[in-house]
Design a protein around this ligand. Structure first.
Ligand SMILES: [Zn+2]
Length: 386
């Protein structure tokens, strides 16, 4: 449920009050030594994004290309540590406005450090709260990742929000995808590789409250890392430009609304290449099942190998296995593979379908890739895979 929020804060004289929207007016309170700060209306937004802060911190500031005031707050003694986060936040706003083709809708964005915050940050619209070291710390790469991730949430999460925790991955998968992503090249051209253990969980969660607590331990790595990896795989299947077009339409059509995975898939359904499964058959097994596949490559003859798949059975977690057994797929996947038979050849997309034994031609230089799979080539002609 989203609403417009009108905030007024009465706070001690000498302190400064902040909230999601820019301040409109300061009036003196009837209480001695207090004043009241009144804020502009927020955009239509979810209640979990509402934030207020009262402090005596100072700030450094700058403007994005489209005129958003960006402020990074700190105690006076640490104000000299704010410049990196400020630059990164401004660059990220500029870049995301181009990629998503939607301007950041507020006239200000504040970044505020809090000691002993129980997460690295919280993306409240217009007033992002950071654990102190994630904003002002010496590890510049970690500051970059957290700041960019939280700025990405201003679109993925704040403008377009998941309608229930089952689809939490829509917020976190996208924010993580854009956090260190080569499509953006906000700062660096690197891609964060997935954490292996993250693949041992489903991305979407069962839609009941009492189960939710059991997933909290696993939720972070799964929704963040597996979510972004599946989105990255989808982007590779349909191509960067079509992916970007789908993302733009998804954000525009659903701005100030709530969404779920079904809605997201619609925006990519028409982009699946020829001879590919439809978007549901492709994505659902990756989103709903735990685990991930191993592609087994076996010698067939001098010129050909045979591919098949099975579930990678690293460490079975009974609770998850029982809860997420999906007889419909029985731990099989539509696996996109990027295949190249010769160094000069262009990489081509081939699919390994559930239950399929696929014959492929193999030369000395053949490569097959999919970062979300393992490969077992012990009985093949391959020297190395992946
Ligand atoms: Zn996040």
């Amino acid at each position: 449920m989203k609403a417009i929020w009108i905030v007024e804060i009465t706070h001690p004289v000498g302190s400064v009050a902040l909230s999601n929207a820019p301040e409109k007016q300061i009036v003196y309170s009837s209480l001695e030594n207090f004043k009241t700060t009144k804020f502009n209306e927020t955009p239509i937004m979810s209640p979990y994004q509402l934030a207020i802060i009262i402090s005596n911190y100072k700030y450094t500031s700058g403007y994005s290309d489209s005129g958003t005031l960006v402020r990074v707050f700190a105690p006076s003694s640490q104000l000299n540590k704010t410049s990196h986060a400020l630059q990164v936040a401004i660059k990220a706003l500029n870049k995301f406005e181009i990629i998503f083709d939607i301007n950041y809708p507020l006239s200000k964005l504040d970044l505020f450090p809090v000691t002993q915050f129980p997460a690295s940050a919280m993306e409240n619209w217009g007033l992002i709260i950071f654990e102190e070291l994630s904003l002002l710390g010496k590890n510049l790469k970690s500051v970059e990742e957290v700041v960019i991730h939280e700025v990405a949430h201003q679109w993925f999460g704040n403008l377009v929000t998941m309608d229930w925790y089952a689809d939490f991955w829509l917020n976190e998968g996208f924010a993580t995808l854009y956090e260190t992503d080569s499509e953006n090249q906000i700062l660096h051209d690197y891609y964060k590789s997935y954490a292996e253990h993250a693949l041992e969980s489903p991305i979407r969660y069962i839609n009941t409250r009492n189960l939710w607590s059991k997933f909290t331990l696993q939720k972070d790595v799964t929704v963040y890392v597996k979510g972004s990896s599946v989105l990255n795989m989808l982007r590779k299947v349909i191509g960067t430009w079509r992916f970007r077009k789908g993302v733009r339409r998804y954000l525009k059509d659903n701005a100030y609304k709530s969404v779920n995975t079904q809605i997201l898939k619609k925006y990519f359904a028409d982009s699946m290449p020829e001879n590919s499964p439809n978007i549901d058959d492709f994505l659902d097994p990756w989103l709903e099942q735990i685990g991930h596949p191993v592609v087994i490559v076996k010698h067939f003859n001098k010129t050909h190998n045979i591919l098949s798949q099975q579930r990678f059975d690293n460490h079975k977690l009974d609770f998850y296995d029982q809860t997420f057994a999906k007889p419909k797929w029985n731990y099989t996947w539509y696996i996109p593979l990027w295949y190249k038979n010769d160094v000069k050849e262009k990489e081509q997309l081939i699919w390994l379908k559930p239950g399929e034994l696929k014959l492929i031609e193999v030369t000395e230089t053949t490569t097959i890739k999919n970062p979300l799979c393992r490969f077992d080539s012990t009985e093949s002609n391959f020297k190395s895979l992946n």
